[in-house]
Write a protein that binds this ligand. Structure first.
Ligand SMILES: [Zn+2]
Length: 501
């Protein structure tokens, strides 16, 4: 049992809260087995997930990663855990193994300052995540805002003798850190980052990785350090920012499986070599998203950004499609799979809408034992599935079973309001709160016609205001419509509008 405080009347009272969190098992990539989840502090979870490098628009693969982790956070909150969820924004220093700096490349491509680019794509990222109904992390630290902490951490590694400085750059000495490779199950000989000759010449061992890089003349983002002007390596930001906000060790570290090696391996090495304390207790890796059986690559011409996908499919269909597969597996994005997800989601939301509709004018009465039995059974079954390493496809299968049976009950008898609300509220809690599927909007007939008429009227008024040079009022109309999800576009042949939802 846990104690929780409640504000009742004028005073706090302590109440017992049943512990329903005991059965959650998680596949821990570090131990390569499913383990009963035991947080460091009972009732609380500290969780870090590697965020995006904001040099480009997010693609469908990002959608999968952040929907997967968001659903885990939502489920743990549903179980009663107080979750502190941190996800970083990489706005500096994401060097690829080839030595290419993603932020620098993006700013050259778009003729923007790196920070301008980071700001633009951070906004795009948040916009796309909002549309997928991914809850915002509790803390979203930017790498560029934590340079002093990274410098301090690098100094710690130098003091410990596990890092060395060459020509203004600092490298982590991998052969000196024996546990290196424990997460990915790789040997040091397989680790090699930085294929450029000059980088290889600086390193004592090809497996060593950069903690700090000396800035070349074209580098705009640079900071002073004890080793001269430069910028941090990519891996150090996650070690430093996760520990700063969550402590060491913390409970869960997550990220895409493509980051397991070398990124996560390096994060562990930096954290544990500096302090001798374990870094994160559970490592969760989610599988990749494939496009018609192939990995997504710009060079293959199958690269789909979330913004492009939303032009064709409802963001909730994409979220549901992602949840129809287990987070650890890869998923294949095909037209047929999206079609199937659309139909499946429709079945669930139709029931949800029907329960809503009937509940608004149903007669009072007892809660039907048949409905209670069905809902309670489904509730137990979805909890069991989610407790089993967040098995969303199995949970959704139980929801489909319930939908079929509930439709049968609704066809045969008129239920009391209590029964309809009991079933509806379960969908609100599980489909809405846990799976993050937003409830269907009730639309009355004629609504869309009225909307079109009203928007046209507002466009006309805005045009008159613009002719009268009343710019602020005209912008007010445009911004107000945008806040309602209607975007105005001014073109050579007048103003057109588009519904964003
Ligand atoms: Zn990371």
């Amino acid at each position: 049992m846990l104690f929780a405080s409640l504000w009742v009347g004028n005073s706090f009272i302590l109440v017992f809260k049943e512990v329903i969190q005991m059965a959650l098992t998680i596949y821990n990539s570090l131990t390569r087995q499913k383990e009963l989840f035991t947080p460091i502090h009972p009732g609380r979870v500290t969780m870090y997930v590697c965020g995006p490098t904001v040099y480009n628009d997010s693609h469908l693969g990002h959608g999968k990663t952040y929907v997967n982790f968001d659903t885990m956070v939502r489920y743990m909150r549903y179980l009663g855990y107080q979750v502190l969820y941190v996800q970083n924004i990489t706005d500096v220093g994401h060097m690829l193994d080839t030595g290419e700096d993603r932020m620098l490349k993006g700013s050259q491509r778009e003729h923007m300052q790196p920070m301008q680019l980071a700001e633009l794509y951070t906004r795009h990222y948040l916009r796309d995540m909002d549309r997928l109904n991914v809850s915002r992390p509790d803390i979203q630290p930017h790498a560029s805002g934590h340079i002093p902490e990274m410098i301090t951490w690098i100094q710690k590694l130098l003091d410990a003798g596990i890092a060395y400085e060459v020509n203004g750059s600092v490298y982590f000495s991998v052969p000196q850190y024996k546990p290196y490779g424990k997460l990915a199950g790789r040997r040091i000989s397989e680790a090699q980052s930085g294929t450029r000759i000059d980088v290889l010449e600086e390193k004592r061992d090809p497996a060593d990785f950069a903690l700090w890089k000396k800035a070349s003349p074209e580098h705009i983002l640079r900071w002073p350090s004890p080793w001269g002007e430069g910028f941090p390596g990519w891996h150090i930001e996650c070690t430093v920012m996760s520990i700063k906000y969550l402590g060491q060790p913390f409970d869960i570290h997550g990220g895409g499986v493509e980051n397991k090696f070398p990124h996560h391996e390096c994060e562990i090495a930096q954290a544990e070599a500096a302090t001798g304390i374990p870094f994160a207790n559970y490592w969760i890796h989610n599988g990749m998203l494939m496009i018609r059986g192939e990995e997504m690559h710009k060079s293959l011409g199958n690269y789909v950004t979330l913004a492009q996908a939303f032009e064709h499919w409802d963001p909730m269909v994409i979220r549901f499609f992602i949840l129809l597969s287990h987070y650890r597996g890869p998923i294949d994005f095909t037209e047929e799979a999206i079609e199937a997800a659309t139909k499946g989601l429709q079945r669930l939301t139709n029931l949800w809408q029907e329960l809503n509709r009937r509940a608004s004018n149903a007669a009072e009465g007892e809660l039907s034992s048949q409905v209670k039995g069905l809902v309670d059974h489904t509730s137990r079954s979805v909890n069991e599935s989610m407790d089993d390493d967040f098995n969303t496809p199995e949970a959704i299968a139980a929801l489909f079973d319930m939908t079929r049976e509930m439709n049968g009950i609704l066809a045969g008898e008129s239920l009391s309001r209590a029964s309809l609300v009991y079933a509806r509220d379960f969908l609100v809690r599980f489909v809405g709160d846990v799976l993050g599927i937003t409830p269907p909007q009730e639309t009355k007939q004629g609504d869309s016609d009225n909307t079109a008429g009203l928007v046209e009227l507002l466009i006309e008024s805005r045009n008159k205001l613009r002719q009268a040079k009343q710019w602020a009022l005209a912008d007010n109309i445009r911004d107000g419509l945008l806040a309602l999800g209607i975007e105005l576009r001014d073109g050579s042949d007048g103003t057109s509008w588009k519904c964003l939802h």
